[in-house]
Design a protein around this ligand. Sequence first.
Ligand code: HMG
Ligand code: MG
Length: 286
Amino acid sequence: GASNRVSIVEMAPRDGLQNEKALIDTAAKVRLVDMLSACGFERIEVTSFVSPIWVPQLADAADVMAGIARRPGVRYAVLTPNMKGFEAALAAGADEVAIFASASEGFSQHNINCSIAESIERFRPLAEAAREQGVPVRGYVSCVVECPYDGAVAPESAASVAGRLNDLGCYEISLADTIGRGTPQAVDRMLEAVLAAIPAAKLAGHFHDTSGRALDNIGVALERGIRVFDASVGGLGGCPYAPGAKGNVDTLVVDRYLKALGFETGLDEDALEKASAFARSLRSPA
Ligand code: HMG
Ligand code: MG
């Protein structure tokens, strides 16, 4: 039934590949997205319209968008840090965009070169343009529990930034443990603070699996009523501006975990296995 439904948002082409040092062919990225389109996802994050100086791996964003075969019912989403990225994303036919803020000042400065307050002001015209054009905007809050530069992050900081993204009109806010060091206790305290301001139906969890706690953290979020999780086939992922961060939690692992708990994900395990193997093959040798 509908109440048993959990949605996984696939991250591998964006979060998964952005941290790979060796440049991956555009054709291989397109093939990965096409394989993911066969898995049953409602949303796939394809690439980022960010500065090619900051993230050289995703400099081919427009070519990837032009190359993919769009499956009806799948929303192809991209990251957009500013108006320049938003305009390029729309020109490339993105179905959805995501803006990304941080709960900690250190990561905000290192990742998008501005303070938290400046980032919100930078997102405002983007969110307004998106509303006028009917483009859904997702919001990320990075470092909701731990920051690689500032250490532990107060739950109130995560709640405050999530609230500001909600005020900008984001239809959903994804709460990110960017470096995968959050304990279930810390994640639960953070969720309690965020849920005081935003209902569970508007929240998602984005857990990197550095410490092997991502599934436990998903469990805590499920208890709190959250029903959307970001994951990456093959467990790929990491942020070049978050030292020490490992991959996103593996989609197949999350899918099996959720199904064992009695949730429906709508995903096809055989197709996921094929996409996972292909995603792993794109990874440079460690
Ligand atoms: P800046 O250098 O302060 O930007 O970077 P600027 O506005 O001063 O512009 C500098 C140059 O960049 C200009 O070029 C702009 O045109 C160009 P020039 O005139 O000198 O030739 N530029 C752009 N080019 C293409 N697309 C754009 C764009 N914007 C400016 N959109 C900026 C500020 C935000 C652009 C930069 O810091 C940036 O691109 N950062 C993105 C970093 C990133 O992608 N990080 C990874 C994604 S976030 C993540 O992984 C976390 C997440 O997974 C959740 C989690 O786990 O926490 C989502
Ligand atoms: Mg991430």
